[in-house]
Design a protein around this ligand. Sequence first.
Ligand code: COA
Length: 328
Amino acid sequence: MKITAAITGVSAYVPDYILSNEEIENTLDTNNEWIMTRCGISERRILKDKDKGSAFMAAEAAQKLLAKKFISPLDIELIIVATVTPDHPYPATANIVADMIGATNAWGFDVQAACSSFMYALNTASKFIESGTHKKILVIGSDKMSSVVDYTCRKTSILFGDAAGAVLLEPSTDENGIMDARMYSDGSGKKYLYQPAGGSIIPASLDSVVNKQHFIHMDGPAVFKMAVAKMADVAEEMMLRNELSSEDIAFLTPHQANKRIIEATANRMGIGMDKVMLNIQRYGNTTSATIPLCLTEWEDQLKKGDNIILTTFGAGFTWGGMYIKWSY
Ligand code: COA
């Protein structure tokens, strides 16, 4: 019997503090109308606690998920954390999260593929389930984007927010779960979206801090052009490969970087915005947390057997699509 990897539970954590467009208007030369029209973002959440990072938010999301599913942390065999803002360069945030939630039987590692991190992690995790070697995996996307955003830059500070989302992955023999996935990358896109310093090329120094090289550097229009094309392409590819028509799709779960990119993807798929999980207006781009946060907010509307298309695009460039038959 064929084993597929099925998402059997979802949960999320968002910090309390709301950074609104109105607050940004007070410090930068921008306005609510520009931000809403160009990006569709009204507010984002910010983790204000200086001593808390991505592991804290990941652990909060994971603990809620375990409680909801009545599962002991001791039953978790593997934890994969998707993040571009790990607590530290090493050890892996996944190891810290395992310790925080008491998952002492689990091994774990981090996956970093910018805004595609969660989908890359979910695809990786699915192989451990499909091979029959693992039965309970936590895949968590968590990013404290406020730690790498330059709040004096109006081009990037409007876009990002902090959050975490977690999914439980288990085996299914019911012909549901992750049915198909296709990941892509093109490293020649590096120059358009990256954090210059903090790695081995430009280690932290006085100069790197003064020159603001530890923040997000982005050529917005270049990223936008590529994201619009690739998210739509991969969504269409998922539909064609799996012989799905627009009517067959229950929901599109897109990475949320810009409302206009999402609309273009829905348009190519021939589906209305009523079938799109869209919460960018309340959270902005939460990088690795976006997709599990959406699934959590829409969980009540999902039915067993629903066809869901996931799409993502991020720095690298990285992008990908996934076809999921919802399992509960
Ligand atoms: N408020 C007001 N004006 C702003 C602004 C802001 N927050 N940010 C930029 N502008 C200005 C620019 O300075 C520029 O002015 P100029 O023409 O006088 O130079 C003008 O608006 C247009 O800037 P541009 O960067 O071309 O805007 P845009 O329409 O491309 O929108 C983004 C900017 C960032 C919203 C858009 O490019 C985008 O969403 N890119 C993709 C982002 C993304 O997906 N990132 C993550 C990938 S996962």
